[in-house]
Design a protein around this ligand. Sequence first.
Ligand SMILES: Nc1ncnc2c1ncn2[C@@H]1O[C@H](COP(=O)(O)OP(=O)(O)OP(=O)(O)O)[C@@H](O)[C@H]1O
Length: 484
Amino acid sequence: MAGYTPSAVAVMGSSSSSSSSNIRKINIEKECELRIEVAESPVKLRLLSGTAEIYGTELPPEIWLTIPPHLKFAVFTWYGATVELDGMTETDYTADETPMISYVNVHAVLEGRRNRAKASPTHDSDASQGPRVIVVGPTDSGKSTLSRMLLSWAAKQGWKPTFVDLDIGQGSITVPGCVAATPIEMPIDPVEGIPLEMPLVYFYGHTTPSVNADLYKVIVKELSRTLERQFTGNVESRAAGMVINTMGWIEGVGYELLLHAIDTFNADVVLVIGQEKLCSMLKDVLKNKPNVDVVKLQKSGGVVSRNAKARQKARSYRIRVKSNFFTRTVDYITERGYCNQNPFKVEYLFANFCHAFVFFFQEYFYGLTNDLSPHSNIVSFSDLFVYRVGGGPQAPRSALPIGAEPAADPMRLVPVNINRDLLHLVLAVSFAKEPDQIISSNIAGFIYITDIDIQRKKITYLAPSAGELPSKFLVIGTLTWLET
Ligand SMILES: Nc1ncnc2c1ncn2[C@@H]1O[C@H](COP(=O)(O)OP(=O)(O)OP(=O)(O)O)[C@@H](O)[C@H]1O
């Protein structure tokens, strides 16, 4: 294929990626990238000379990075680099055609806007607001990857931009079925991904928007309101702006939700990757908003398309690995109206349990030995109150106008009886103090139900920590620990 060359230059063993002795030295030319799809076992990679980055984060010289199985990524260099790769890959090759120059040009424009916002003498005017970038495009167009690069390049220059992830299918802050935001204070670790210490998370509970589009809009609105309050009180984060990643659903209800997100977050830069039609539709619909730039960007040839099975596996992985936090963030400001401080910075209850779930996952899938695991807790049925949003009793046909169909209220909060149907579900722990606050409240974290004893009226669940849950109000959706 034009622009691609096999990457391997053997220095030990064979150059084949299926060899058992696999340390290979690979030269990457200026403005080229090495694309790697890791196979069943981890590979190791280190930078020998030059400079290179993975999605905007520079590789440290000489240090071996262990890249987990199945990860697909690229090592890009602006000036040329040599790396060493140890382990078997599904595929690896170097490519000299990438859209990286156009991506970094976008970064330069955003950088200019951040500097202007920072220099603005009036802190509360529009002039002090940094760029609000929303990245849109079909599934597997490279939205998350571009978001990540823009965030890491900004963080490298000392900004603390806010990352907002609206992708309920393949989001990268927390588990699928949620919308979330987190400040990015350092270039994103190529292996660990987005930091999990300070997320602000709202629970939707499903992995497709069509299940309850009204609820999706409401939680997106809540998330934006909370961030707006944060920006009001924090000049630094206001000037750094935000990068918003979106879902790959761009037709029908998906398109409607994209427009809703652009409007709700007052996005002023819309980056459209890989689809002319979407770009032209957005340009047309936003033409009356002169402050909104719609920019078309090329999709990278390195972006790997995932079939339904692969997407489902990735979702399951994220549910197991990323349901591992209990946080206490914006609950604090909503309770106290405390806006003069970055809500992401306030105390949080039980952080740093990430490893428990990560190791649990590794043991489960790869049989790695470890001595960490999430905590199993047992409580009585009466200790917890479980709700779901949407559905519930429909209005009787006789109470409706002629011809109208009875429809379930999408925003109705329905109490759920505890029974064995809850087994293996992932439930969100709400910060709500009362049931009527559940829809508008962010969540503290997740639990996973492992046993229901109907006779003794006891529930066993896994949680990131032992002890009492941050709240007794739980929300149920359709997220299961193991998607089938
Ligand atoms: N240049 C590249 N080289 C190799 N792999 C890449 C490259 N860019 C992206 N990928 C990989 O391709 C996959 C899809 O990219 P990404 O997740 O950014 O797409 P997306 O549009 O956000 O997908 P979705 O619609 O599911 O949210 C990811 O595994 C990513 O790591």
